[in-house]
Design a protein around this ligand. Structure first.
Ligand code: ACO
Length: 339
């Protein structure tokens, strides 16, 4: 069956940086605690005039520029986010309008940190039907963060990534195989419970700003993230008769350094094979794998004939892994990137 490939990558992070020391002036935390527990040193935070759609547009526009494509060439825009522009319409429609992607159908998917890999699996199916698909992973988490909750506020950052997926022409990063999973029975371990139909926001919670609060049982999330990401990677390797030694790089969701190191251990791979830039950008949810991929290309870490395994885990729970083969390096632009 014909393969599909990532043929161009765009990424965007806001120019404003919030360091651990900045956070320690806002809440009861400190640089040492955050670094040792997570590896995070700073995160990029949206400016007041920025929104999920505006960040997504920057990334999508960069991906189109790299591919020398017009927005009119797009058949689909699939946008994954936990932090949409508004309840309705879909954030993807705002991006479609900004890009003037007049032939594209645009829809959002809510998928959290594993959302990009899940959305990519759908894009692959569309691309195999000769459709050209823009996949966007984007989060503006800082605007819905409870800045008094030190358990979660230190973990996240803002950013957007976009990839163009098209029928393979023996170029780009081939999407060789992918397995994604969900287990809604564990939804209560990581959720933002207020604001939907189950828990409309009571006035006292609005007054306290409490509806922004993410409920997270950190240790349980940690254990599940390591176990699920490693299992999904093993599954993908087994399905494709690939041994871990054949893998040049693991491109993981950038949750935190301790999770990445533990996943490397589970896969019996050296930590040097598991790409990390979490210290710069923190956890950018569904954007994070795209930001990592763009950064790896710009750092010169990728080259043709390499095999990559991506892994991700997030709320839902949803998780997955994908095997990618680098046929040729796709163009990558990363606006706001830290050098
Ligand atoms: N600064 C200082 N102290 C803090 C902070 C902070 N920012 N946050 C929590 N603490 C305190 C807690 O209040 C607690 O204090 P207590 O024992 O007096 O109650 C204590 O630190 C907890 O410390 P540890 O038990 O050592 O924390 P742990 O080692 O479990 O690390 C962490 C916490 C970093 C959240 C870890 O559990 C983790 O990484 N979990 C995964 C979370 C995650 O990645 N979520 C993102 C979404 S899902 C995903 O992307 C995979």
């Amino acid at each position: 069956m014909a393969k599909s490939a990532i043929i161009s990558i765009g990424a965007y992070v806001p120019s404003k940086i919030l360091s651990n020391d900045d956070l320690s002036r806002m809440m009861d935390t400190n640089d040492e605690w955050i670094r040792t527990r997570t590896g995070i040193q700073q995160r990029h935070i949206a400016l007041p005039e920025e929104t999920t759609a505006s960040m997504s547009f920057e990334a999508a526009d960069a991906a189109l520029r790299g591919a020398h494509m017009s927005a009119e060439d797009l058949d689909w825009i699939l946008l994954c986010t936990d932090t949409p522009e508004m309840w309705t319409p879909a954030t993807a429609c705002f991006v479609q309008e900004c890009l003037k992607a007049t032939h594209a159908s645009a829809i959002d998917l809510t998928g959290g940190c594993a959302g990009f890999l899940q959305t990519l699996e759908l894009a692959d199916a569309l691309a195999r039907q000769q459709k050209t698909v823009m996949v966007i992973g984007t989060e503006l988490l800082s605007r819905s963060m409870d800045w008094s909750d030190r358990n979660t506020a230190v973990l996240f950052g803002d950013g957007a990534g976009a990839v163009i997926v098209s029928p393979s022409r023996d170029a780009g990063i081939q999407l060789t195989h992918s397995r994604t999973f969900s287990d809604g029975s564990q939804a209560d371990i990581l959720q933002k419970p207020y604001g939907g139909t189950r828990n409309p926001i009571p006035p006292e919670i609005v007054a306290s700003g409490g509806h922004h609060r993410i409920h997270m049982e950190g240790k349980k999330v940690f254990r599940q993230a390591v176990y699920r990401m490693a299992n999904a990677a093993h599954q993908v390797l087994q399905d494709t008769n690939t041994s871990p030694e054949d893998i040049d790089w693991v491109v993981p969701h950038q949750a935190n350094q301790r999770i990445l190191d533990a996943v490397a251990g589970e896969l019996h791979l050296p930590t040097s094979k598991v790409f990390s830039h979490v210290r710069h950008y923190a956890n950018t949810g569904s954007a994070s794998v795209i930001l990592a991929l763009a950064d790896m290309i710009l750092k010169g870490l990728l080259e043709p004939n390499q095999r990559l395994v991506s892994v991700a885990f997030g709320d839902g729970f949803s998780w997955g892994s994908a095997l990618w083969d680098v046929t040729s390096l796709p163009p990558a632009e990363f606006l706001g990137r830290d050098m």
